[in-house]
Design a protein around this ligand. Sequence first.
Ligand SMILES: [Zn+2]
Length: 192
Amino acid sequence: MKSNPPCWNCETQTDVVDFRCKVCKKIQKIGKTNPYDIFSLKKNYKIDYDELESQYFRLQNIFHPDKFINSDNNEKKISAIESSNINNAYNLLNDNVGRINLLLRSKGLKEFSEDNKSFSDNVLLEEVMELQSRCLKIESDNEKKEIRLELKKKIQLLELQIDELFEKKKFSEVEKLSVKLSYFEKINKNLI
Ligand SMILES: [Zn+2]
């Protein structure tokens, strides 16, 4: 087991239980920056959303600033910082495009930026434009439902493909599909 850094308060080198020093019971920093590590998840594209959520609630239950109203300033500070880190990490992992960036970055690859997202792919361009124009013409709730269902299927298929490509380490292909994914997600969000 990796040993924790000594407690910031009593300087004891000890195990922590639920991020509290065993000796003085003060809250300790999480000490992790990668969102996957914060939630103890394997660095895969496909994640267990239920597991993510239960880890999220477990951690917020420990670090939420409401629990430190009567604590000293150091603990208040740790709680505020970690609680906001937990939120950011949760939002990033919950976002299927954000996760691609996270994984590319943790593999030492450059994440793709918004500026790099161009329509080099004419088939994709047509697909997106067709969908957008259909969305503009929506006249009934049923029509809307239909398009959303269609989009959901497209997104699910893309996610499967992206997961496979990550496993095969075909990162430039991942990047291509992630452009597609982010457009579909945008259209989907505008439909809600
Ligand atoms: Zn301590």
